[in-house]
Write a protein that binds this ligand. Structure first.
Ligand code: NAD
Length: 419
């Protein structure tokens, strides 16, 4: 039995699922040991001249989990609660995510312990540039390609790309993804994760013979993933009945007016206070009636403590690690169809891959081509995971892990272990 604390460790959660998948796959013990650990963990201490004139020092991490199938790929997050454990777990999950959608990357993740809401733009820029300079030898288009994550954005990516380019003395747009369009970003990238969530939700509906119009959706988180999922799903005909952000939520069983909600959130920087429905707590919203629940905020929101009160039929994990292994068991008993994070939110890294390809070719695709190729990849991955689950009689999450681990292990066996 796990302690409450270890239930909430992102790395332990990843490792728990990994161990189950590896046993089912009958994977060689040594290879399992190799894949359970990260390849490299970099800790940097970033000195930054603050606007006040004082010098401050921030801790930063970059963890590279696997280069077995190609360069590493993974986000950079800024938050006061970032820990090495979290970054390590997310780096490993990125390896599995890239393998589930079958794109030629391994996983990495990075973060800086800081509170962006208390920092000026200049301070954020200096943190970003020095962080980039400290990890410079380990990143780049053929080594490790950072992308935006929680509290980082297109501007952060532009600073990383510029810092990298200044050091190598030429512009390397393929050094990061999630850049502004004007600097080599890809059309369709901004909404890619939300779109990917909708694409897998569509496949789940097909499976259950349901129509979008009769499907009520609740979304926790109204940032990049949540707001784009809400907009696209609303436009496609789904009934968005509840949304929440960190400050609170709003619920309306008849369906929210999503375009008004988006306008309100743009003005108020929150959805709290929106009058098109009843107000509700950010956590409480998860337990309301709906067919699809889409957590798109933070990790560990579905635990042993609340999983038995989830009423959704389908769980689409827009966020990374929203569900603990303890909650997995309860959700399985309740017959919830889980589309796990490493599949559901892989739309973002898939279009990041498209961005990297376009940058390297210097040839940019029309938006429709990005959407079509994303659709093809997400649908194929969905069916591969579900079929794998049926074949091995495991749930979708373990199936996704098995499919991914099998692919990574196969590549490593082909390459052999360098000695
Ligand atoms: P974001 O910073 O743009 O938005 C996060 C949202 O979650 C905000 O609306 C915030 O208010 C809300 N939130 C924070 N704490 C909350 C709480 N306790 N309860 C309810 N809401 C809360 O972040 P994002 O880019 O949308 O990412 C969200 C999640 O999706 C993260 O787990 C991230 O790792 C994952 N993810 C993002 C992408 C991407 O392309 N952005 C790709 C894959 C996975």
């Amino acid at each position: 039995m796990k302690t409450a604390e270890s239930e909430l460790s992102v790395y332990e959660s990843m490792a728990a699922r990994f161990d189950v998948a590896v046993r089912k796959l009958n994977l060689d013990e040594g290879l399992a040991k190799y894949l359970r650990t990260t390849e490299r963990e970099i800790i940097v201490h970033i000195p930054v001249q603050m606007d006040s004139g004082e010098l401050d020092v921030f801790d930063g991490y970059r963890v590279q989990h696997s280069t077995g199938r190609g360069p590493c790929k993974g986000g950079v997050r800024y938050s006061p609660t970032v820990t090495l454990d979290e970054i390590r777990g997310l780096a490993a999950e990125m390896t599995w995510k890239c393998a589930v959608v079958n794109i030629p990357f391994g996983g990495a993740m990075g973060g800086v312990v800081c509170d962006p809401s208390k920092l000026s733009t200049g301070e954020l820029e200096r943190i970003t540039r020095r962080y980039t300079a400290e990890i410079l030898d380990y990143i780049g288009p053929d080594r490790d390609v950072p992308e935006a994550d929680v509290n980082t954005n297109e501007q952060t990516m532009a600073w990383i790309m510029d810092t990298y380019s200044m050091h190598v003395r030429h512009t390397v747009t393929a050094s990061v993804t999630g850049k502004p369009l004007e600097l080599g970003g890809s059309r369709g990238h901004r909404e890619a994760t939300g779109r990917g969530c909708m694409l897998v939700a569509d496949q789940a509906l097909k499976r259950f013979g349901r129509k979008r119009e009769d499907t009520r959706v609740i979304i926790q988180g109204f940032g990049n993933v949540g707001s784009n999922a809400a907009r696209l799903m609303h436009e496609a005909g789904y009934k968005i009945v509840g949304v929440a952000d960190s400050r609170g939520g709003v619920i309306n069983p008849r369906g929210l007016n999503v375009s008004q909600l988006l306008d309100y959130a743009r003005e108020a920087s929150t959805i709290k206070g929106f009058t098109g429905g009843e107000s509700i707590g950010s956590q409480e919203i998860l337990e309301q009636d709906c067919e699809i629940l889409l957590p798109a905020a933070i990790e560990n929101v579905l635990t042993r403590g609340n999983a038995d009160r989830i009423r959704a039929r389908v769980l689409v994990e827009g966020a990374d690690s929203p569900t603990t292994p303890g909650a997995d068991e309860i959700l399985a008993d309740r017959g919830v169809f889980v589309i796990p994070d490493i599949l559901a939110n892989a739309g973002g890294v898939t279009v990041s891959y498209f961005e990297w390809v376009q940058d390297r070719q210097g040839y940019f695709w029309p938006e429709g081509m990005v959407h079509d190729r994303l659709k093809h990849i997400m649908e194929s991955a969905f069916h591969e995971v579900v079929e794998y689950g049926q074949k091995y009689k495991v749930n979708n999450r373990i199936a996704a892990y098995m499919l991914a681990i099998d692919r990574v292990a196969f590549s490593i066996k082909l390459r052999g272990i360098y000695a």
